[in-house]
Write a protein that binds this ligand. Structure first.
Ligand code: ADP
Ligand code: MG
Length: 238
């Protein structure tokens, strides 16, 4: 059974259709990258999966549950954005534990989850610092840590590295891949950067103008682009 299943999912803003009846199945533990030019509907698709955006048509399933009408909190999904904001007045420990505190977990449960997340992301020695005392990469790891403390079934990433410089972006790609190996959670990752897509994905899904042009392993797509658009997009230098 698919972990995430989109059936003929559509999004309209007024009369403008920005996602045109997408079908997509994502297996448990799979790392899927949605890639395509700016404005093609990647974020909208992700936000519909998260429940942050109403869908105009079709069905979204998480596991075997139809979640069309479930609010984000009830979907057991965590999302990491490009413009993530850490709480500046809180320590790393408090930033990591905050969502569990809101969910009324006991202090013991919070401590255990924070410790586990900090270990996975190598943040243990920074737990008492505030965000202003961290490097960009460390802050990014805290943002990811905040997403994993809840043990989500699915992780959504929306261009999480776009604000970082090239060197840090390359480092964080490795971190994200390691994170996936450790937690084995299903990941749906959005980027407009084809290199990022090719290096991270188990499966790459290429979108254009609200439709899926092609999907497959990076190698399949690279060796067998279905049309000139895909060939040009994948083959262009970053
Ligand atoms: P991507 O993430 O691939 O860059 P988006 O999903 O953000 O693209 O946007 C897809 C299209 O939907 C774009 O043409 C964008 O202008 C439009 N769009 C996104 N959000 C809204 C909105 N709230 N109202 C109207 N149009 C929107
Ligand atoms: Mg976007």
């Amino acid at each position: 059974m698919a972990q995430v299943h989109l059936k003929n999912v559509e999004k309209k803003y007024g009369s403008l259709r920005v996602v045109h009846g997408i079908d997509l199945d994502i297996a448990h533990g799979e790392f899927v990258v949605l890639v395509g030019p700016s404005g093609c509907g990647k974020s909208t698709t992700l936000r519909m999966i998260a429940g942050l955006e109403d869908i105009s048509g079709g069905e979204v399933y998480i596991g075997d549950a139809l979640v069309n009408d479930l609010p984000p909190r009830a979907r057991n999904i965590s999302m990491v954005f490009q413009n993530y904001a850490l709480y500046p007045h809180m320590t790393v420990r408090e930033n990591l534990g905050f969502t569990l505190k809101i969910a009324k977990k006991t202090q013991e449960e919070i401590d255990a989850a924070v410790h586990a997340a900090a270990t996975i992301l190598s943040l243990n020695e920074y737990l008492d610092r505030r965000p202003s005392e961290l490097s960009g990469g460390q802050r990014q790891r805290v943002a990811m840590g905040r997403a994993i403390v809840r043990h989500p079934d699915v992780f959504l990433f929306d261009e999480p590295l776009s604000n970082l410089d090239a060197k840090l972006r390359a480092q964080m790609r490795v971190e994200i891949k390691k994170l996936h190996h450790k937690v084995k959670t299903t990941i749906i990752y959005v980027t407009h950067d084809q290199v990022e897509a090719m290096t991270l994905a188990d499966r790459i899904v290429i979108m254009r103008d609200g439709i899926i042009e092609q999907q497959g392993t990076p190698l399949e797509v690279f060796e067998n682009p279905v049309n000139t658009f895909v060939a040009t997009f994948i083959g262009s230098p970053p």
